[in-house]
Design a protein around this ligand. Structure first.
Ligand SMILES: *Cc1c(COP(=O)(O)O)cnc(C)c1O
Length: 463
């Protein structure tokens, strides 16, 4: 039974808004917004009372109001520290950008720019002309285009070059990249018809040749991004595929996924396909991501022969998938690092890949020593960092991990506290230890990692 006394004890809106707990809210938000929230909270309280539950007091109502305000104003992107050791972590935003890229993006966002304006002629210009020149120089391609991401690049390429036609794909390459990006689905969306070629583990050039019909538009090669084909396998070389395609008047499209402009083998990794290699092997169109091994902002980069690139650039989808000025500015700054031969020093993804083990051991030891002196049971262990982001599947780099084995609370609980810290830290969990990999903790973040850990360990602000 609802208690009439409980209704009467609910405060009026103005009395609720005067609650001491709402001082910051009153200073930061308009009265009208807070009044609306107060009415919602009071309505919910009356609903509770009607259901026979006790009526909340003013402090509880104020807390409820702040919770609602928090839901509305919650920062959608919380900066955090990636201590997982996965360098290109899609859930954590992939590539952190170079200082020059950040500055370029900032400069492009606060002022008007020559985005589509030719300063020499004083008339409308092309949004991506200046990027085309640098991409041609770096990759050896004849032309280039930039869209929102590589998934968009593949969709656009297939839509422009093979709509209503057949596309030959090896059975071993009709894959799912992650996040629901499946080659057969993208193909359907583009209006092209997928023709499976060969078998899952072996596809020969003759398999492609035999599958060509008058309706075939192109051969599509898809980089195996997140899995490895091992054992009794055979893949066709890009050069052979290009030869066949061109002999039969068809096109070869290469979805490189990550791709790379630098030789990954120089850093103790397997060879990741270079964009330049794909172009020189004869692929007519090559697409790759801006924020995987390239180390720039999210983008899909398309390079290749002038003819097909012209069809891609003129396709109506190009307008729907075009990138923002800040992306173009960040991408250009990132590409300039490659042109100047300073990519390894300036681009965070490559800085992390090339960090010597000794340096990681020193940082891990220093973090460990600080934690130990604060009474936290920490040790250091050899371990492995991963590249991630659908690049170099299964490839790892040797690293040095800080391992923390909590006794009075579970590892999961400690990891959760780290995630909810003032500067959240995302760690790895293995068996009963929490692992921190200094490779992906950015330079200058070691102190913040320690601070978050100490606070989490003591449970400050969490209980
Ligand atoms: C990652 C990847 C994609 C998707 O690229 P996004 O930039 O994430 O859209 C497509 N194809 C391959 C082979 C990939 O590895």
């Amino acid at each position: 039974m609802p208690n009439p006394e409980a209704y009467r004890s609910l405060p009026a809106v103005d009395r609720l808004l005067a609650a001491p707990a709402l001082a910051d809210a009153r200073a930061g938000y308009p009265h009208a917004l807070l009044t609306e929230l107060a009415r919602d909270v009071l309505a919910a309280a009356r609903h509770d009372i009607a259901a026979g539950r006790p009526g909340p007091d003013v402090a509880q109502l104020a807390a409820a109001l702040l919770a609602r305000l928090g839901e509305i104003t919650a920062a959608p992107l919380t900066p955090l520290i990636n201590a997982t050791g996965v360098i290109i972590h899609t859930n954590l935003g992939r590539a952190p950008l170079s200082v020059a890229a950040i500055e370029a993006m900032q400069a492009a966002s606060g002022a008007y720019s020559s985005l589509e304006y030719d300063l020499g002629k004083g008339e409308r210009g092309s949004r991506t002309d200046y990027l085309s020149a640098i991409l041609r120089q770096l990759t050896g391609a004849e032309a280039a285009a930039v869209v929102n991401n590589n998934a968009a690049a593949v969709l656009l390429t297939l839509s422009a070059l093979s709509k209503g036609k057949e596309v030959l794909v090896s059975r071993g390459q009709a894959v799912e990249i992650g996040g629901g990006f499946r080659i057969p689905d993208v193909m359907r969306q583009s209006g092209a018809k997928l023709v499976d070629v060969g078998t899952t583990n072996r596809t020969r050039i003759a398999d492609y040749a035999n599958a060509i019909t008058p309706r075939t538009a192109l051969l599509l090669n898809v980089h195996a991004s997140n899995f490895r084909l091992i054992g009794f396998t055979e893949q066709t070389s890009l050069r052979e595929m290009a030869q066949l395609a061109h002999d039969r008047g068809l096109l070869l499209v290469d979805d490189l996924g990550s791709g790379s402009l630098l030789p990954s083998e120089d850093y103790g990794l397997a060879h990741e396909a270079l964009v330049q290699e794909s172009v020189s092997a004869g692929a007519d169109v090559v697409s790759f991501s801006g924020d995987k091994l390239l180390g720039g902002p999210q983008a899909g980069i398309i390079v290749g022969k002038a003819g097909p690139l012209e069809r891609i650039r003129k396709h109506p989808l190009m307008r729907a998938l075009r990138v923002d000025k800040t992306t173009l500015a960040g991408l250009q700054a990132t590409l300039l690092h490659y042109l100047r031969g300073e990519a390894v020093e300036q681009i965070p993804v490559w800085q992390m890949i090339s960090t010597p083990l000794l340096k990681l051991e020193q940082r891990a030891a220093a973090i460990c020593a600080t934690l130990t002196s604060a009474g936290i049971a920490a040790t250091i262990h050899p371990g492995q960092s991963a590249i991630g982001g659908g690049s170099l599947p299964g490839e790892t780099l040797p690293t040095c991990l800080v391992a923390i084995t909590p006794v009075s609370l579970s590892v999961d609980k400690l990891a959760a506290r780290l995630r909810l810290g003032h500067t959240p830290v995302i760690a790895r969990i293995a068996a009963d230890a929490l692992l921190l990999d200094p490779r992906t903790i950015l330079p200058g973040q070691d102190e913040a990692v320690i601070a978050t850990l100490l606070a989490a360990w003591r449970g400050i602000g969490h209980e």
